[in-house]
Design a protein around this ligand. Structure first.
Ligand code: NAD
Ligand code: DAO
Ligand code: ZN
Length: 369
């Protein structure tokens, strides 16, 4: 079939709106009509050319929601008409990783997904006979996409696509890092570095589990108001404090953070996030994706004296199991997504969504087909 897609032909260029060819689903795959998709920092990172694993041409996008329109042979868990969220972290429930119950990093289709291909090693997208890569196994910048069944979460039908698409990445990443990765307890002191689309969801997760003190750190003072709305109790602008930021935060938290989260992708800030943690038990979670070749460092004594450094991908969430529950939380009013979606754009203005992000004017832009 012919579909509408925003194609990344090469790095560093705006997306090109095209009609491209999409082959139907093969065994174990489903065809999904994408109704809405968020634009995430990670799409911009890949489009910029800084992502060493970025492949071109490709159809980017990994934060979508839509409806199943066709299923291939052997598909058991989905049917046409099901409302769904695509998963860049699949959940096969059969691989060693899924069965370990220690990680959400299902490896069932890792090899082909990383090469921009479907599990059979081919792409479903092409233009004039030229192959176009899939992206993160999802390619939601197309009004139709083909997905492996194991990379699709079925959600309730009354959930609005233009809001719950954000659960496909940002919401789950932030809230999940608090609940699944750090397992923050009520009464905790939390420090969040970077108050963007991820950090604000960390704040809302920390508030949800009953943290007493939630310190937000950002160089953009305009983030203060929205962060307070989501539960931040103290704001720190590193450019406004005198002296060492780590010492300032340890003093503010009276001994250090029980939990800290790096939501920027800056290796210097990752070190600050670890070192502002409480001696003996503080846990620091890296969420931000640093540029290629970057390395983190600290004095090993920071770890010897009880601080713990962890990382979190997709909030440690098992997508097919956890995403429908997070959609329920939104529908029950337990989490706020509406105030984080600052811009809704028609598909034709998808490049404007990237511009808004680069200018720091949006938290999340959502594109509707
Ligand atoms: P964003 O651009 O919306 O937010 C980043 C925030 O950090 C901004 O408010 C900015 O002002 C602030 N900032 C920048 N430099 C700073 C500094 N030196 N000190 C303090 N604040 C600073 O980005 P986002 O969408 O929230 O994404 C954050 C990171 O998370 C990115 O690296 C993204 O790729 C990554 N990410 C990771 C996962 C995962 O599963 N681990 C998932 C999605 C996104
Ligand atoms: O299993 O080796 C693996 C890689 C899984 C990829 C996990 C994604 C990490 C987060 C990247 C940003 C997502 C928007
Ligand atoms: Zn698996």
């Amino acid at each position: 079939m012919e579909v509408k897609a925003a194609v990344a032909w090469s790095a560093g260029k705006p997306l090109s709106l095209e009609t491209v060819h999409l082959e139907g689903p093969k065994a174990g795959e489903v065809l999904v009509e994408i109704k809405a998709t968020g634009i995430c920092h990670t799409d911009a990172y890949t489009l910029s050319g800084a992502d060493p694993e970025g492949l071109f041409p490709a159809i980017l996008g990994h934060e979508g929601a839509g409806i199943v329109v066709e299923v291939g042979p052997d598909v058991k868990s989905l049917k046409p008409g099901d409302h769904v969220i695509p998963l860049y972290t699949p959940e096969c429930r059969q691989c060693e990783y899924c069965l370990s119950m220690k990680t959400n990093l299902c490896q069932a289709i890792r090899g082909t997904q990383g090469k921009g291909l479907m599990p059979d090693g081919s792409s479903r997208f092409s233009k004039d006979g030229k192959m176009i890569h899939h992206y993160m196994g999802t390619s939601t910048f197309s009004n139709y996409t083909v997905l492996p069944e194991i990379a699709v979460a079925k959600i309730r039908e009354d959930a609005p696509f233009d809001k719950v698409c954000y659960i496909g990445c940002g919401v789950t990443t932030g809230i999940g890092a608090v609940i699944n990765t750090a397992k923050v307890e009520p009464g905790s002191k939390v420090v969040v570095f970077g108050l963007g689309g991820i950090g604000l969801n960390v704040i809302q997760g920390a508030k949800m589990v009953g943290s007493d003190m939630i310190v937000g750190v950002d160089i953009n003072p305009q983030k203060r108001e929205i962060a307070e709305k989501f539960g931040m109790t103290h704001f720190v602008n590193p450019q406004e404090i005198e002296g060492d930021l780590v010492a300032y935060l340890v003093d503010l938290t009276k001994g250090g953070a029980d939990y800290s989260f790096e939501c920027i992708g800056n290796v210097k800030v990752m070190r600050q996030a670890l070192e502002c943690c409480h001696k003996g038990w503080g846990v620091s979670v890296i969420i931000g994706v640093a540029s290629a070749g970057q390395e983190i460092s600290t004095r090993p004594f920071q770890l010897v004296t009880g601080r713990v450094w962890k990382g979190s991908a997709f909030g440690g969430a098992r997508g097919r199991t956890d995403v429908p529950k997070i959609v329920d939380w939104y529908m029950e009013g337990k989490i706020n997504i509406d105030d984080l979606i600052t811009h809704v754009l028609p598909f034709e203005q998808i490049n404007e969504g990237f511009d808004l992000m680069h200018r720091g004017e949006s938290i999340r832009s959502v594109v509707m087909f």
